[in-house]
Design a protein around this ligand. Structure first.
Ligand SMILES: *Cc1c(COP(=O)(O)O)cnc(C)c1O
Length: 382
């Protein structure tokens, strides 16, 4: 058996043709024809008022923090079990990330502990749709509305997934998508900011284009462009947008291919769950996920030995987020609200299995067999 990598970037085959088109078109900086196509596609597919491509998901979160006018001393509630960029984007504005626990079933922000974390300084809440499984948005949005908070979705995992039939990324005021190499649809490094309301578009365009009204100038709405506010350089080049366009066109097929592997894992690992050897992902009935990730939760203390056993069988499985609330920067810039017992427990037991487009049946079955063998071998409570 040859090595099964955790991830393998997928190319649809159309990327090079679009890159040639971009080169021939003579527009390689940002906000050109491929970017416009990608934005329009995202607006249509996620039913949002506006989408703006960015050079990363991190950049989209930073834009959201600027647009939310988050400033020093403001508090932003988020799960501790997330990627560093969720917190960094707000810390860069001088805000304090307030970390709350996640639900044991979905590993999403626990809406039941949200209200206790709200203070008079709270400005926003950032639900992270872990593994493309939607958060409990009814409760989160209702609490946010009652307390006058913005909802900024970290939908980095979520393109193509929905919650109660509504696309992830369209459920809050703003949302960030990611097209990093490890995400379902990718251009190496890339992202998008989604806006659910048209009102914020004009300010978003200014933040996106170095704090200027260059977008209006390019549309011929003003005869020169000028510095209007704070901003930075957030557009990806047309080279990235051209690559991304090939992937967006194939997005449905990509997600369907991933779903095939996901379903196979889920079915094959059911007996191990019944035997109490691991726990599989939980997808509530209101969530249509996008097969972004397949993870298992192994008994406490067994994770590292389990990963080693898999590695010995040429299977590259990996753990995921190290909780932010107890990280050096989390302790310096943020604070925890309440006990984060579920976060501390599950983050130490989670292992992600290889999942990429192009995995063949032999590889999938090898991973399944290796998981079974590895669990039999790792000592309990080691
Ligand atoms: C991937 C990811 C991001 C953004 O990542 P980029 O690499 O900057 O595109 C943000 N939040 C979460 C939860 C992610 O998984």
């Amino acid at each position: 058996m040859t090595y099964v990598p955790f991830n393998k970037p997928y190319a649809t085959g159309a990327e090079l043709g679009y890159l040639e088109q971009a080169i021939a078109g003579g527009h390689l900086s940002g906000n050109g024809p491929f970017t416009r196509r990608c934005n329009a596609w995202l607006e249509r597919r996620t039913s949002v008022a506006a989408a703006l491509l960015t050079h990363s998901g991190t950049a989209a979160l930073e834009m959201a923090a600027i647009l939310a006018e988050i400033g020093p001393g403001d508090e932003v509630i988020m799960p501790s079990f997330t990627f560093v960029s969720t917190a960094n984007a707000f810390v860069l504005r001088g805000a304090v990330p307030v970390f709350v626990d996640v639900r044991a079933d979905t590993l999403n922000l626990d809406e039941r502990v949200l209200e206790a974390a709200i203070t008079e300084r709270t400005r926003a809440v950032v639900p992270v749709h872990y593994a493309g499984v939607g958060c409990e948005m009814n409760v989160i949005s209702a609490l946010a509305a009652r307390h006058g908070l913005l909802v900024i979705e970290d939908a980095a995992h979520g393109l193509g997934a929905s919650w109660r039939g509504r696309p992830l990324g369209s459920l809050g005021h703003m949302a960030a998508l990611s097209f990093h190499e490890t995400k379902n649809v990718s251009c190496g490094e890339g992202g998008a900011l989604l806006l659910s309301e048209h009102d914020r578009l004009r300010s978003a365009e200014v933040v996106h284009e170095k704090g200027t009204d260059r977008c209006r100038f390019l549309r011929g709405e003003v005869d020169k462009y000028t510095w209007e506010g704070i901003g930075s350089s957030y557009p990806p080049s047309e080279i990235n947008a051209a690559f991304l366009w090939a992937q967006l066109e194939a997005a449905e097929r990509i997600n369907a291919e991933r779903m095939r592997v996901w379903e196979r894992y889920h079915e094959a690992l059911a007996p191990l769950e019944s035997g109490g050897l691991l726990r599989r992902p939980v997808v509530p009935p209101e969530c249509a996920h996008n097969a972004h990730m397949y993870y298992v939760l192994v008994p406490d203390g067994r994770r590292d030995a389990f990963i080693e056993e898999l590695d010995r069988r040429e299977v590259n499985a990996v753990f995921h987020y190290v909780p932010l609330h107890s990280s050096p920067a989390g302790l310096r810039y943020g604070r925890a609200s309440g006990e984060l017992a579920v976060t501390d427990d599950l983050s130490g037991r989670l292992v992600r299995l290889p999942l990429w487009v192009g995995m063949d049946d032999v590889q999938v079955e090898h991973v399944v067999a290796s998981v079974t063998e590895a669990l039999e071998r790792v000592p309990a409570g080691a």
